[in-house]
Design a protein around this ligand. Structure first.
Ligand code: NAP
Length: 325
């Protein structure tokens, strides 16, 4: 940093952007704070010198903030995640330092639920293959496509009945789909059937939609047994986190016809998607775009910035994560 920019930033709290942030978040952040943009990755020595002055971390839903990095941030007060999922943040390590973690729930429910329904329809009706069929000239040369499967009226199982799960249920109900779900606990206020496990739910579902948080508590919740229970006509949709599905088991199940198809927005090792998965014709793939519309990303950035502003103004936080409430 030049002497000029150091002077200009004097008096502003020092913020570490822990991963590449969208301009919608990074732009206003850099105007309001002194920002170290991924300095821990690009210049560890300079970062080590600045780290004791870092008061805030700005992150996205996919960012990693492990305990080892938190340990370097002795003055850390707040971590503001632009995203509802914060499985990459070591929340106990932050709390042990007296720092709070905030995220951006609710403002992205519509987009993620819309995408889940889009992936269900795309996988059931084979929309990417249909598009290729027309573009390639196969329609004229070879005739119609094989028949697809009907979505309206089919059974929809939802794994995770939180904010986004409920938005998916409302939309699926509009397709005349009977709704069932699993979660850590049954929701007495909802009219949907509860199953105590993903396997039991899968056995009674035509579409299984996964929308839990990531992290240790849900790792490989969807495993080979769940996929077997879903069955050879069943379609798996994952808009949660790649870690929730055992990806090797999913690839094997798709290759062997154990399940009928899949629609996936998230993967185990993003942005790398295994070649075997990319080669499967009955899988619809999206590059983690659940909340990726202009208006929703703006609302997420606004909320992430509002949490930082509230903290530094000594006001109540807008949306702390449950562990920090
Ligand atoms: P939420 O309101 O906290 O809901 C999470 C749901 O998952 C709750 O119903 C919870 O059960 C359930 N759950 C948690 N652990 C479970 C377990 N071990 N087994 C079964 N169910 C479990 O969260 P949300 O706002 O709906 O967001 C959910 C997740 O979606 C986020 O954490 C994020 O990972 C993902 N997401 C993805 C995208 C994308 O771009 N694809 C975008 C936004 C969010 P209880 O209700 O019983 O506690």
């Amino acid at each position: 940093m030049s002497q000029d920019s150091r002077t200009a930033a004097a008096g502003k709290p020092l913020v570490l952007a822990v991963s590449r942030l969208m301009p919608l978040y990074m732009g206003p952040l850099a105007e309001r704070y002194e920002v170290l943009d991924r300095l821990h990755e690009t210049d560890p020595a300079a970062f080590a010198a600045a780290a004791p002055r870092v008061r805030a971390v700005a992150a996205s839903g996919e960012s990693k903030l492990p305990a080892a990095l938190v340990a370097q941030l002795s003055a850390l007060e707040i971590v503001s995640v632009m995203g509802v999922g914060y499985d990459g943040v070591d929340v106990p390590a932050c709390k042990a330092k007296g720092a709070v973690v905030t995220h951006t729930p609710d403002v992205l429910n519509d987009d993620v639920a819309d995408l889940a329904l889009g992936l269900m329809l795309a996988a059931a009706r084979q929309l990417p293959a249909a598009d290729r069929h027309v573009r390639s000239g196969d329609w004229a040369a070879k005739g119609p496509m094989p028949l697809a499967r009907k979505m309206s009226g089919a059974r929809c199982g939802i794994v995770g009945m939180g904010r986004i799960g409920k938005a998916i249920a409302t939309r699926a109900a509009a397709f005349g789909m009977p709704i069932a779900y699993t979660a850590r606990s049954a929701k007495g206020d909802l009219p949907y059937r509860y199953f105590p496990s993903a396997e039991a739910l899968a056995a009674e579902s035509d579409f299984l939609v996964v929308i839990t948080p990531g992290g240790a508590g849900t790792k490989h919740l969807i495993d080979a047994k769940v996929l077997r229970a879903l069955g050879k006509k069943g379609i798996l949709v994952n808009v949660a986190r790649g870690s929730v599905v055992d990806e090797a088991a999913l690839i094997a199940a798709l290759e062997q016809g154990v399940i009928g198809g899949a629609g996936l927005d998230v993967f185990a090792n993003e942005p790398h998607v295994p070649e075997r998965l990319r080669a499967l014709p009955h899988v619809v793939l999206a590059p983690h775009i659940g909340s990726a519309t202009t208006s929703t990303r703006q609302a997420m950035a606004d909320l992430a910035l509002a949490n930082l502003a509230a903290h530094f103004a000594g006001q109540p936080l807008k949306t702390p994560v449950p562990e920090c409430r």
